[in-house]
Design a binder for this molecule. Structure first.
Ligand code: B1M
Length: 213
């Protein structure tokens, strides 16, 4: 039963059909499929296929936008269904997509999973300048600063954040985690980030490890 739901979910995203994507998200959850499995095996393969079609020139901006809207709808429904852990506060994390980048579907999953795992989260949204990230981390009393980027051109902003923290004498105050499709452990090592996470679950595990939880 769930195989069929996964296939239909991917198709709805490729077709840019937000209403069907929303129905399938609800149906999958009703079937008892774990929220992250429903995302990772149903909807994410769909949006990845959209990315491939786009890079091959078989799908254009309007199609990309429609598919993104369908993905946003499904993600919103599924994120809300992620089971919440008890009230244990693991730590405080500020999360945002770097300046110049409006991709935030993955980041919203990361935000939902951190919240579900007992972290206090300040979600700064997308296209966030580094000075704003640092200012908000200071006000919030964050333990960790997490940034996401999907564009190779904006990865440099993660490097600049490390430099900005150093210049401000704040680097030792925070742990930093980076993620996003083009980001790698190698990039994290190169820029001096404390951790790289390949997905939301990995992000939570790495954050707990950084805080010795
Ligand atoms: Co854009 N886009 N897009 N796009 N888009 C990509 C990224 C691209 C790879 C597509 C392609 O060409 N194949 C390509 C980038 C190429 C590159 O840089 N090398 C691209 C491009 C070119 C563009 C535009 C420039 C197109 C244009 O206008 N000509 C433009 C850029 C706008 C801008 O940002 N300035 C653009 C716009 C858009 C939309 C707005 C239409 C839409 C985004 C909507 C939104 O996010 N609200 C969109 C989409 C949907 C995509 C693809 C198809 C899908 C992204 C996605 O949501 N993935 C994408 C192709 C792809 O990645 N396959 C593509 C699903 C999501 C669950 O995965 O975000 O990777 P992801 O998040 C994962 C992990 O990476 C990780 O956990 C998440 C959950 O498991 N993770 C973290 C992410 N952040 C983390 C942080 C952490 C920890 C883990 O800790 C802090």
């Amino acid at each position: 039963m769930s195989e069929k739901t996964f296939e239909e979910a991917a198709k709805a995203i490729i077709a840019g059909d937000a209403a069907t994507a929303a129905d399938l998200a609800r149906r999958g959850l009703d079937e008892g499929i774990e929220p992250l499995i429903l995302l990772d095996q149903g909807f994410v393969p769909g949006i990845n296929e959209v990315g491939d079609l786009f890079s091959k020139g078989k799908l254009f901006i309007p199609g990309l936008i429609k598919s993104a809207a369908a993905m946003e709808k499904a993600t919103e429904i599924i994120n809300a269904a992620i089971p919440q852990e008890a009230e244990i506060v693991q730590g405080k994390i500020v999360l945002g997509t770097v300046q110049g980048d409006v991709h935030d579907i993955g980041k919203t999953i990361v935000v939902a999973l951190f919240k579900a795992n007992g972290f206090e989260v300040l979600d700064l949204g997308r296209d966030v300048p580094n000075d704003k990230i640092i200012e908000e981390a200071e006000k919030f009393g964050a333990d960790i600063i997490g940034t996401s980027t999907l564009l190779t051109t904006t990865m440099a902003l993660q490097k600049e954040l490390e430099e900005d923290l150093n210049k401000a004498g704040l680097r030792e105050k925070y742990k930093t985690i980076i993620g996003g499709a083009p980001v790698t452990q190698r990039w994290a090592d190169r820029i001096g980030a404390d951790a790289y996470a390949h997905d939301a679950s990995d992000g939570v595990q790495k954050a707990k490890a950084l805080l010795n939880k």
